[in-house]
Design a protein around this ligand. Structure first.
Ligand code: 6R9
Length: 665
């Protein structure tokens, strides 16, 4: 990267622009803004032709498609619908007989530092064998399989094996509770669950299998016939005879060859549950054709992936980022990638930098929350500052999951990227399948804190409530005006909710509403995401519904009468969860309040998972409500931030509750 055009050190860092260096442009896949604009123009001129070309170039079709986009039943768009393919074949088999077959596909680094590598050929054999094991247990095309696994090669193999036989996987993050797992197992109607006895994180052994047992014991999961258990550690676990089988037993005698099952392009590759505005998580359903196309294409465009790159996305396979940029994209693009089991702070907070040096990582993709916590660690301990490691292998950096504040951007740019590596601040969502608004390393002049411009073919815009375009500089709602291949197809089992959540009638019913607020800069038209406009919080890059947490709190019926949850800005985690709780007993104070707050925190961890624990719990004898009984959430947001109340509170039944709710416990 060349010097910033304006080097003024000020808080207005957003004004600084970092154009790509000539060298980066020269060797890039999309070289310079003209190349980017040419692709946008191609999509503008012949939208379907553009996507058809990319689908043919990126994917191997066992039956070519003849129709590109079917809008006849909008917003249930169909892409490449009469074509047939297999996602696993497009990640593995495609490389056999090419120089990629003996290339390292995955460099796995375990929590304890042990390193294992597999080539593409070896990975294909492992996926084939696992696919045969699934078939032997009766799993068929169209079945749903739940995956509750640690970050391991086995986790990726399990996902690929499902794809290979046309089974739809649903990965549940290993930090979710038995209750969350139970809910998802039933909603998906899973026939099998793939798990491990334990997972290793930060030197600790954490249970997985016993949580599966607990979930299945909650009842209503009769569809589950098999639980496959990867014995990650030597520790004992409880076996349920007739239902449980270890990986070793299941794989014994199975051939490593398994022909990939061709499926229609619209066949559901996976369901991934994410938080929405109600208490019930949404099963986001993705397709095989459109999704795999974008997973590969964005690896090439956004990361400018070259054959010699070593790619590392730090996301867990339990999130969409781990689906698209660990389990599918890097493999479809023939990359060598690092898969990491552990956490960034174990055994020390320089682990990421040490691993970049050890594995010569050239493309590094992580979340702002991780960067902020590592900045903090480096500030307090020089020994874990990135300067202690050789990071010269890096050439592209990425950010995902939440807005990156300009200060964190600058630190990442200087201390990790050596002022040499472009940072791609990729905006996208579980529902998008892959990147939608992002800089391109060899083209886009970067502005810290901005995800810059939509990818070619993505018609992103900022509109008001009626769907009318807003001018640059005016904040509004982020929408995508035309369908794109990797978009969500429906909410599993709830098409009405799909329509209602994402395609508002007031905007005509066919425009995708992202649920984020955004603004475009006056000068460049660059997008900056201002945060969710619905009841969804973003804590450390994890999506949490306020209603989900409220439902969990009121489920503690012996203690809680009512609860309201809001977010407040947090320097480290982006947003923090604040819960306002009315107990079925007098408002506690002092030690009792602290103890009850802790009890509720642990309860939420048990109901949803530790990531949903409120940071701050406040007690009051009531919640502030309007005359019609609506909770005044805006008031609660002010209280959460510790701001003075400027809103009209004359309608409050009992204004003294504001003083109660202002106190933290
Ligand atoms: C990929 C992923 C989606 C929500 C999204 C937005 C926030 C993601 C962002 C970003 C600003 C970025 N978000 N990337 N905000 N800049 N580069 O994170 O999916 O878990 O579904 O979250 O995350 O608020 O709506 P998901």
């Amino acid at each position: 990267m060349s010097e910033p055009t304006s080097a003024i050190e000020s808080v207005l860092v957003e004004n600084r622009v970092f154009p790509p260096s000539e060298d980066t442009v020269k060797n890039a896949r999309i070289a310079g803004m003209q190349a980017y604009e040419a692709l946008c123009a191609e999509a503008e001129k012949d939208f379907e032709g553009f996507w058809a070309r990319l689908a043919r170039e990126n994917l191997q079709w066992s039956r070519p498609f003849t129709q590109t986009l079917d809008e006849s039943n909008a917003p249930f768009y169909k892409w490449f619908a009469d074509g047939e393919l297999n996602a696993s074949a497009n990640c593995l088999d495609r490389h056999i007989g090419t120089p990629v077959e003996n290339k390292t596909a995955i460099i796995f680094e375990a929590d304890d530092g042990a390193v294992t590598q597999v080539t593409y050929k070896e990975l294909l054999a492992r996926v084939g064998q696992f696919a045969n094991a699934l078939k032997a247990r009766g799993v068929q095309k169209g079945d749903r399989v739940l995956i509750y696994m640690p970050m391991t090669i086995e986790g990726v193999v399990a996902m690929q094996a499902c794809a290979r036989i046309g089974a739809t996987h649903s990965v549940v993050f290993g930090g979710f509770s038995a209750k969350a797992l139970h809910e998802r197992t039933i909603d998906a109607g899973a026939v099998a669950i793939i798990t491990a006895n334990y997972q290793l994180r930060g030197g600790k052994e954490l249970p997985l299998k016993s949580i599966v047992d607990e979930a299945l014991a909650m009842g209503g999961c009769d569809s589950v016939k098999t639980v496959l258990v990867y014995e990650r550690t030597a520790s004992a676990w409880n076996r349920v005879e007739g239902r449980d089988v270890t990986f070793t037993e299941a794989l014994a005698g199975q051939s490593t060859e398994c022909a990939p099952v061709p499926v229609g392009a619209e066949h559901p590759l996976f369901i991934l549950y994410t938080s929405g505005s109600t208490g019930k998580p949404k099963g986001v359903q993705h397709s095989t054709g459109g999704y795999t196309l974008w997973a590969r294409q964005t690896m090439l465009w956004t990361f400018d992936l070259q054959p010699s790159d070593v790619f590392w996305c730090t996301a867990d396979i339990g999130w969409i980022t781990g689906h698209t940029y660990v389990a599918y994209g890097p493999l479809a693009a023939g990359a060598t990638q690092v898969v990491f089991e552990g956490v960034p702070t174990f055994p020390h907070a320089g682990r990421f930098w040490e691993m970049i040096e050890r594995h010569k990582v050239s493309i590094f993709y992580t979340a702002p929350t991780a960067i902020r916590s590592l900045i903090k660690a480096a500030d307090s301990d020089e020994k874990v500052h990135p300067k202690n490691w050789n990071l010269t292998s890096l050439r592209v950096l990425g950010s995902v999951g939440e807005p990156i504040n300009p200060e964190a951007w600058m630190w990442y740019y200087r201390n990790v990227g050596g002022e040499r590596c472009p940072i791609v601040d990729t905006f996208w969502q579980t529902e998008n399948g892959g990147h939608v608004i992002t800089p391109l390393p060899g083209a886009t002049p970067l502005v810290p804190g901005s995800c810059t411009l939509p990818l070619p073919g993505i018609k992103a815009a900022i509109v008001d409530e009626t769907g009318k375009d807003l001018p640059n500089g005016a904040g509004g709602m982020l929408v995508i005006k035309r369908p794109w291949p990797s978009m969500i197809r429906t909410i599993w089992g709830d098409p009405e909710r799909f329509k209602k959540s994402y395609f508002p009638e007031e905007m005509g019913g066919t425009i995708y509403l992202a649920g984020d607020g955004a603004v475009r800069s006056e000068d460049r038209g660059y997008f900056r995401i201002t945060g969710r406009i619905d009841d969804v919080l973003n804590v450390s890059g994890h999506r949490m519904g306020t209603m989900e947490i409220e439902s969990a709190l009121v489920a503690k019926t012996d203690l809680v009468a009512e609860a309201a949850v809001v977010g407040r800005p947090d320097d480290l985690t982006g947003e923090a969860i604040v819960a306002f709780v009315v107990l079925k007993r007098p408002v506690p104070t002092g030690e009792e309040a602290k103890q009850l707050a802790n009890e509720l925190r642990n309860w939420v961890a048990k109901e949803i998972g530790p990531i949903a624990k409120p940071k701050d719990i406040r007690f009051g004898e009531n919640l502030p409500k309007t005359r019609s009984g609506k909770i005044m959430r805006r008031l609660l947001r002010s209280l959460a931030k510790g701001e003075a109340i400027t809103q009209d509170t004359s309608t409050l039944e009992n204004p003294t509750i504001l003083d109660q709710l202002a106190k933290t416990n």
